[in-house]
Design a protein around this ligand. Sequence first.
Ligand code: C2E
Ligand code: CA
Ligand code: CA
Ligand code: CA
Length: 277
Amino acid sequence: FIPLGVLGALAVIGGVIWLSRRRLSLRGELATAVRRREFFMHYQPIIELDTGICVGAESLVRWRRPDGSLVRPDLFIPLAEEAGLIEALTDQVIDHVIADMRELLTQDRTAHIAINLAAEDVSSGRALKVLSAKLQGTGIHPQQIWLEATERGFIDIRRARTSLANARRIGHCVAIDDFGVGYSSLQYLQQLPLDALKIDKSFIDAIGTDSATSPVTSHIIDMAKTLGLFTVAEGVETPAQLAYLQARQVEFGQGWLFSKALPPAEFVAFHQQRKQQ
Ligand code: C2E
Ligand code: CA
Ligand code: CA
Ligand code: CA
């Protein structure tokens, strides 16, 4: 006879072991996946909130394993960072974005695509050099590529400052991603050269439902305005959230209310229907 409490504890331990084994085996597979280029991109439309116009998209990486299964980026991106594979992965992301979106970006100069950069990409400055080199001769203007820098794991703020300042000098627009989720957000906000702030989905979820959290959302919007940054709301799912964001003059938004992340051709069609005329 084993008491229920012990059974529960065993189940929890078993679960933890299963999870860490899965992480380990995925981490092992990731190096091969990078070598075999098992990644592709989806594009989530970004909407100008007061007009409903599609101004571009955020590129979001996807990993399809040889058995056909998909692994979520919030699982494999941190693993790639840990395993020292993120820079190789970011190179592939840049290749895909250029190949997928070159036609659209050179035909419509008002369109832009946002690329997510990991902390290591920003600190080392390498990804930005690679991006500049790869953009050469494509006809895509640096102004059409927005960069989303996460504060998660920022190691060296001085180096990050330098490379973001360089990126802005050549014309990229730089946004801080998932603002408010990290621990030293305010410090980064003051010290990094930025154009925009992306409000994390958790703060959008709080609008109209959570009376304890939504004042924080309101303060984040105020803070961005005080600092002269434009704002992009992520994870907009309801008309009530949209109405609030419009009333607060948040410039841009993305979320399932408008569209999920789409394969390249579907995004191009979406953009064609909802672009600036
Ligand atoms: P993120 O940058 O905060 O991206 C937004 C995530 O929210 C995406 O998940 C997107 O599909 C999801 N999302 C957007 N709208 C909604 C909505 O209305 N409702 C809900 N429930 N979810 C929504 P995804 O694609 O799974 O990406 C997860 C995270 O992985 C990203 O979070 C980003 O941190 C990272 N990531 C994705 N692509 C890349 C990449 O190319 N490079 C790097 N370094 N990181 C990436
Ligand atoms: Ca992002
Ligand atoms: Ca984000
Ligand atoms: Ca987020």
